[in-house]
Ligand binder design. Structure first.
Ligand SMILES: *[C@@H]1O[C@H](CO)[C@@H](O)[C@H](O)[C@H]1NC(C)=O
Ligand SMILES: *[C@@H]1O[C@H](CO)[C@@H](O)[C@H](O)[C@H]1NC(C)=O
Ligand SMILES: *[C@@H]1O[C@H](CO)[C@@H](O)[C@H](O)[C@H]1NC(C)=O
Length: 436
């Protein structure tokens, strides 16, 4: 009884804070002709009564800064070129095609919106889009940023997002450059140098994506100061090839983050005014100052990676071995399972690279049910990557993990080659804490 009363006191203290607009929708029917809006007819999560996403069109109900992620998966030998639009302006592009195979590509951007602004995904030009239909590979997610920032009054949301609309040949150890800023970030990302300089210490989620030119390699590494974090790799014969990754890190004021071409390699990135593939975006999830404030919402963040090769049999979770962050010690490194410590709405991102001449089939599982994933992708010649993302409403005690859905998934990793990552964090809590 005393515990209960104490619990209720705690609850009244931690509730009632910023509740974000947040959604993930998916598309299972497959073929769209040029300029059509992808209707995203299946809802994975529509959080918050104010979230307005209908027929694939998100209409902004509150001024603010929003993060959008889109993933597409081509049908066998199918093709897609999709643009993420804010009103009539393309923010970012996704492309996928492989003769006799399927590919996944994704992109994430952060953008400032005003009430009434629309955001949607459209098929490019006259070409028909042909997407894989089986199981929620094709997703569109949006999250309003600022759960802690809006609460702490004088803070503003710390976010940057930049894209490139030029081809780039990035020599080994050289940094990727960007040309367009999607949010006014007060100079935290320098377009001229490509460097993100941290002004406010705290936990940040970072996303980067790119696409190689036909037959060319893309091998990019995220560094913070001198420290290697994670990579993307892509190459396809006679095709453009895409890859993306995400990670959550603790960053201190004056840390510098940037995306570099792998030492000794040249990354040839495709980019034009119409094909905006290369992006680098990030936002602070919580500042150190807020984290140390007892009134702050519960903070749950984990981010893990794979720094070795792993063969994952069907029905088993991917057991990640490198920990970037595990604030509530809720991610079990022995099993690969995240046990939800606080009821609320969460965002998850996962990515991986499979070895050449293998199948790749992974799903995000929420307590025994599939959320989304990518299925039986195959590439015979080069390693290939895929990823996905989801907003989920979860109850304390539920589990979330990335599971193999094929006899063997051969995932690629090494100490300085982390392509496979899995990150999740609480956006807003709405129930009691189970694990302290
Ligand atoms: C998905 O959510 C939207 C907005 O809440 C709603 O209009 C639509 O009917 C839902 N679709 C399905 C298939 O449940
Ligand atoms: C978008 O619409 C605005 C206002 O109608 C117009 O000025 C602008 O040129 C358009 N941009 C594109 C890319 O079509
Ligand atoms: C890991 O897999 C890659 C791709 O198949 C291979 O090149 C590499 O040698 C493997 N590493 C180890 C330590 O077996």
């Amino acid at each position: 009884m005393i515990r209960l009363i104490l619990g209720l006191c705690l609850i009244s203290k931690v509730y009632g804070k910023f509740d974000p607009i947040a959604f993930t929708v998916s598309q299972s029917t497959t073929t769209f002709s040029g300029a059509a809006t992808i209707p995203y007819s299946d809802n994975i999560t529509i959080h918050n009564a104010a979230t307005n996403i209908r027929n694939g069109i998100f209409t902004c109900p509150r001024d603010g800064i929003y993060k959008f992620s889109v993933f597409g998966c081509s049908a066998v030998s199918g093709h897609f070129a999709l643009d993420l639009y804010k009103r009539n302006v393309s923010l970012a592009t996704l492309y996928g095609h492989l003769n006799g195979g399927q590919v996944v590509s994704g992109n994430t951007v952060i953008v400032q919106l005003k009430v009434g602004d629309t955001v949607q995904v459209k098929s490019k030009n006259a070409a028909t889009v042909s997407l894989q239909s089986s199981s929620k590979e094709n997703t569109f997610s949006g999250v309003q940023l600022g759960s802690q920032a809006l609460y702490s009054g004088d803070h503003t949301v710390v976010a940057f997002s930049a894209t490139s609309n030029h081809h780039q040949n990035v020599m080994g150890n050289n940094i990727v450059q960007y040309h367009t800023k999607l949010v006014a970030d007060g100079g935290v990302l320098d377009l001229f140098t490509g460097v993100f300089t941290v002004r406010s210490s705290g936990y940040y989620v970072l996303h980067f994506a790119s696409t190689s030119m036909q037959n060319e390699e893309l091998w990019l590494d995220l560094f913070v100061n001198e420290d290697y974090v994670c990579s993307i790799y892509a190459r396809a014969d006679f095709e453009w090839a895409s890859a993306s990754n995400s990670v959550v890190l603790h960053l201190s004021a004056w840390d510098k983050a940037g995306v570099f071409s792998r030492a000794g390699r040249v990354s040839r990135l495709y980019g034009s005014a119409d094909y905006i593939f290369t992006s680098f975006s990030g936002t602070q999830i919580v500042s150190d100052e807020d984290l140390n404030n007892p009134d702050t919402e519960p903070v749950v963040i984990f981010s893990v990676g794979l720094s070795m090769n792993a063969t994952v049999p069907s029905g088993k979770p991917v057991v990640f071995n490198r920990v970037f962050v595990d604030l509530k010690r809720a991610f079990n490194l022995n099993t690969g399972v995240f046990v939800v410590p606080v009821t609320g709405v969460y965002e998850f991102n996962y990515h991986c690279l499979a070895r050449a001449n293998s199948f790749l089939s992974l799903v995000l599982v929420k307590t025994n049910s599939w959320v989304n994933g990518f299925f039986h992708l195959r590439n015979t010649v080069h390693p290939f990557s895929a990823g996905n993302s989801a907003v989920l409403e979860l109850t304390a005690g539920e589990t979330v993990y990335v599971m193999s859905d094929y006899t063997y998934n051969y995932l690629v990793g090494a100490t300085d080659e982390v392509y496979c990552t899995f990150s999740g964090y609480l956006l807003h809590s709405s129930g009691p804490i189970v694990i302290g």
